[in-house]
Design a protein around this ligand. Structure first.
Ligand code: GLN
Length: 249
């Protein structure tokens, strides 16, 4: 079995090591003898064939980087829309998540047109100090199970009108200052403010994505071999204990 992954603008959109998410996907697949082919696309390269991929990834970026990418990615609106309709999985982090909405108003007041795949929109304050920064924990329903997902957020953008959030915030801010909701999730798209890298800190989520992609590709139920996650689970438990005790949740 194999998976084809496309990483969009990895040289521009890679805040807090977001591309590490791809490394984790590859690592957990390889441990199960699933081959992973990773292609990249960035500005001035040939148009990628979006629908040939099982998973497409876009990381976060500063306002300056988002300005560059926003213009380029609009060229592929139709192709992206079609591949989402066909079920390709999209993982979008922070600045990448923002660009899939209607627009992003950055901290200088520029309006960057988004892909408009979803109805949410994001606006930053003109006061650059006003940012949601810090560790974050959300609860998300993955495979009918409520999971705690941990990460780190740093965004000026406040995202409004998300219809189907990725999770409920139990520590941190989320889509806006002190929001209850975080990110967006539909069956084959997760957009989130959680850097981490997200997938290294949350192995169950990585496996959910791998399973989704394989089941779609091979059109059958897939049971992933269990991996030894003692270290990952311990690290997660540690951060949950530390933050939730502090917050008295
Ligand atoms: N530049 C965007 C913001 O500040 C996204 C930041 C990010 O990707 N961490 O909201």
């Amino acid at each position: 079995m194999n998976l084809n992954i496309l990483c969009l603008y990895p040289n521009i959109m890679d805040l807090y090591g977001d591309n590490g998410n791809i490394e984790i996907l590859k690592y957990r697949c390889n441990k199960r003898n699933i081959e992973v082919n990773i292609d990249t696309y960035t500005i001035n390269q040939e148009e990628p064939q979006f629908s040939k991929y099982d998973l497409i990834f876009l990381g976060g970026g500063s306002d300056k980087e988002q300005r560059v990418v926003a213009k380029d990615i609009l060229k592929y609106k139709k192709q992206i829309e079609n591949s989402i309709k066909k079920g390709t999985f999209y993982l979008l982090i922070c600045g990448g998540f923002q660009l899939f909405g209607k627009y992003y108003k950055d901290s200088e007041g520029n309006i960057l047109e988004g892909l408009g795949i979803f109805n949410y929109y994001t606006e930053s304050s003109l006061n650059k100090q006003k940012r949601c920064i810090g560790n974050i924990i959300i609860e998300s329903k993955i495979n009918e199970e409520t999971l705690k997902i941990v990460g780190f957020e740093n965004h000026g953008g406040q995202t409004f009108d998300v219809e189907t959030p990725f999770g409920k915030v139990i520590y941190g801010n989320g889509n806006k200052f002190e929001d209850q909701n975080e990110g967006i999730m539909i069956k084959n798209v997760i957009g989130t403010y959680l850097h981490g890298p997200l997938l290294s800190k949350n192995p169950e989520l990585t496996d959910y994505i791998i399973k989704y992609c394989l089941e779609r590709k091979y059109n059958k139920s897939i049971f992933l071999k269990e991996l030894d996650d003692t270290f990952e689970n311990q690290a997660k438990k540690e951060i949950l204990n530390r933050l939730l005790t502090k917050a008295n949740v």
